[in-house]
Design a protein around this ligand. Structure first.
Ligand code: HEM
Length: 174
């Protein structure tokens, strides 16, 4: 938890950011599925991303995709309502692991590739960070509030992906 606070400071994450996401939690609760659908459409359109959801037959595993989507939607909602405590931190470790051979496919007993390479988590975070903005605008957020909400969301995404990178690194290098 001490290291977490240092990371939050490094990312510029403050109580104001947490409060702002909380304040707009209804947007996330209402639009989380739309957000996830829009991001997953990008994954589906890029073969080098889509393939991590393919079964042994080389086709998308639709059941796996549907189950993972539910958890992704839940994550969006959690980002704006969950306190950054030890339970939350433990779950971030778990989400990271679920992108790696140790835990990928385990939750859904699926048979897709064993790894989402770390480089795609980082690169894709650009889209997830920027890709919420249009939903904020559609929900009527504007002006300075929009910029602050966008900044809070982006910082949150970067913080999460930073935590998820831990299981990928060798001992002592994280
Ligand atoms: C910022 C980037 C990303 C975010 C926010 C994100 C978010 C998530 C979340 C919340 C889950 C569910 C974790 C749980 O079980 O509770 C998940 C699982 C998964 N994600 Fe990501 N992800 C990102 C990048 C990627 C990329 C680039 C890919 C591959 C194209 C990917 C593929 C997967 C897969 C296949 C699973 C299911 C893993 C399993 O078998 O349980 N993710 N992701």
């Amino acid at each position: 938890v001490d290291e977490l606070h240092q990371l939050e400071a490094s990312a510029g994450w403050t109580d104001e950011d947490a409060n702002l996401l909380q304040k707009h939690r209804d947007i996330f609760l209402r639009r989380a599925e739309d957000m996830v659908d829009s991001w997953r459409a990008v994954i589906a359109s890029q073969p080098h991303l889509a393939k991590w959801f393919f079964g042994p037959d080389g086709k998308p595993d639709e059941e796996y995709k549907a189950r993972v989507k539910q958890r992704f939607v839940q994550w969006v909602r959690d980002v704006c309502i969950r306190l950054h405590d030890q339970t939350w931190l433990d779950y971030q470790e778990e989400i990271g692991l679920r992108h790696t051979p140790e835990k990928k496919n385990v939750t859904d007993s699926s048979d897709t590739p064993a790894l989402v390479p770390l480089r795609y988590l980082f690169a894709f975070s650009s889209l997830v960070a920027r890709g919420a903005r249009k939903f904020f605008i559609e929900e009527g957020v504007a002006g300075e509030e929009l910029e602050q909400l966008q900044a809070a969301w982006s910082k949150a995404v970067i913080l999460h992906v930073t935590l998820w990178s831990r299981p990928y690194t060798k001992d002592g290098l994280w």
